[in-house]
Design a protein around this ligand. Structure first.
Ligand code: FAD
Ligand code: GLY
Length: 384
């Protein structure tokens, strides 16, 4: 631990806290990231899609703009890590969205109309054209849409790279759980108390607790459980060439599934979306649903090796957008990244560094301030 109070205490060492800590240290701040550790957060569970196009949902135009702005920021950060000898497995082959039956096709068409209406680049394909791109797709697949601007990253390599780069930039790490924010009677936040009773002071506290943020500050962040499975393509299949070249997302009898390939032969299959409080248990039904839908789209997936099943808590908010801003003197909040925290991490880190320095953030963040929930549980009242 630093002998003197650091300039910034970052609570939470997920992708948001690590990226923010890294950018803050690059700007010359002394930074301590506090997290109990153990890869329990959503960032470790995630699939790593960087998908502003195929995550664009009805009624979320501002979030789509934010997600689009996040891509160049992510590329910049990934490029830096790459040049420092820490490649993060960035893939640029795009996403192929496909439909399993006629109803699914109609649903995909409606989504595609909406996305093209937002100016997003999409290319509609027949079933056979989709199979030319991904030859192992099921023969019955009813057609697809290529979203060439979506990317993906190996989120676990990215996390490791961020942590190492942050350490190189001077960021310190403390394995501890924060139990409370320390505030003066006038509301100014001066530090944190850990679960073991230690009090740590800092010029600014940056709160990046993901789905657990609400335990420290009354914000409307709710966990949305996602179960996710990791498979591996056996060498005998890989010897004939890649089984999957790009991310495939499918609507299967109204349900959704995605398969995200990694360079090393791993395929990530996700994800359920469940309101289960903070439970992150894996269920037979969740895994069954994922593997069944994956098999419907890509029958050869039944020959893949089973590697892992886990679940994580997405930090959800009432409007599905992140919450970013200064909420009190000495306290910056960066949470609620829901389905897109990996994608938004670099853009968020730039914004956090600006906020701590007292600078304005990019205009695209304007709809995502904490004050938009004023009057609800989100108008963050700092506990004195
Ligand atoms: P987390 O990664 O959850 O990190 C929060 C950290 O805060 C944790 O390490 C926790 O230990 C720590 N913490 C909490 N409370 C305290 C405390 N009191 N004291 C100290 N530390 C504390 N996003 C994408 O962009 N692309 C995807 O493909 C994608 N797929 C996903 C798939 C699944 C199954 C899930 C669950 C999520 C997915 N997401 C995806 C969403 C993404 O993972 C999250 O938005 C992102 O990880 C949130 O990052 P975070 O740092 O805020 O939270
Ligand atoms: N963005 C993918 C997920 O949250 O499952």
């Amino acid at each position: 631990m630093a002998a003197h109070p650091p300039d910034v205490l970052v609570v939470g060492g997920g992708v948001i806290g690590l990226a923010a800590g890294y950018r803050l240290a690059q700007r010359g701040a002394s930074v301590l990231v506090i997290d109990p550790g153990g890869d329990r957060g959503a960032s470790w569970a995630a699939a790593g899609m960087l998908a502003p196009v195929t995550e664009a949902a009805f009624g979320e135009d501002e979030l789509t703009r934010l997600n689009l702005a996040a891509v160049p920021a992510f590329r910049r950060l990934a490029g830096e890590l790459d040049r420092a000898g820490r490649p993060v497995g960035l893939r640029t082959e795009g996403t192929l969205a496909v439909a399993f039956n006629a109803d699914d096709r109609a649903a995909l068409d409606r989504l595609t109309d909406f996305r093209t209406g937002l100016g997003l680049h999409t290319e509609r394909l027949s079933g056979s054209a989709a199979r030319e791109l991904e030859p192992y797709l099921a023969a019955g697949v009813r057609g697809g849409v290529l979203a060439a601007d979506d990317l993906s990253v190996d989120n676990r390599r990215y996390l490791a790279a961020l942590r190492a780069a942050a350490g190189d930039a001077g960021v310190g790490f403390l394995a501890a759980e924060v139990s409370a924010l320390l505030a003066e009677p006038d509301g100014r936040v001066t530090g944190v108390r850990t679960a073991t009773g230690d009090e740590l002071r800092a010029g600014t506290v940056v709160l990046c607790g993901g789905a657990a943020t609400g335990a420290l500050l009354p914000v409307p962040v709710q966990p949305v459980k996602g179960q996710i499975v990791r498979l591996a393509v056996p060498d005998r299949l890989r010897a004939a060439g890649p089984v999957l070249t790009r991310t495939v997302r499918g609507i299967v009898r109204g349900g959704e599934v995605y398969l995200v390939p990694r360079a090393g032969g791993e395929v990530v299959v996700g994800a359920t979306s469940e309101q289960q409080g903070h439970d992150v248990g894996v269920t037979a039904g969740g895994v069954y649903e994922l593997l069944r839908n994956a098999y419907e789209l890509l029958p050869i997936s039944s020959e893949f090796a089973f590697v892992e099943a886990r679940a994580g808590s997405r930090p959800g908010t009432p409007d599905n957008g992140p919450i970013l801003g200064r909420v009190a003197d000495g306290l910056v909040l960066a949470t609620g990244h829901y389905r897109n925290g990996i994608l938004l991490s670099a853009l968020t880190a730039d914004a956090v560094a600006a906020l701590v320095a007292g600078e304005p953030v990019a205009a695209v963040w304007q709809p995502f301030g904490p004050d938009r929930f004023a009057g609800s549980r989100a108008a963050p009242a700092v506990p004195a």
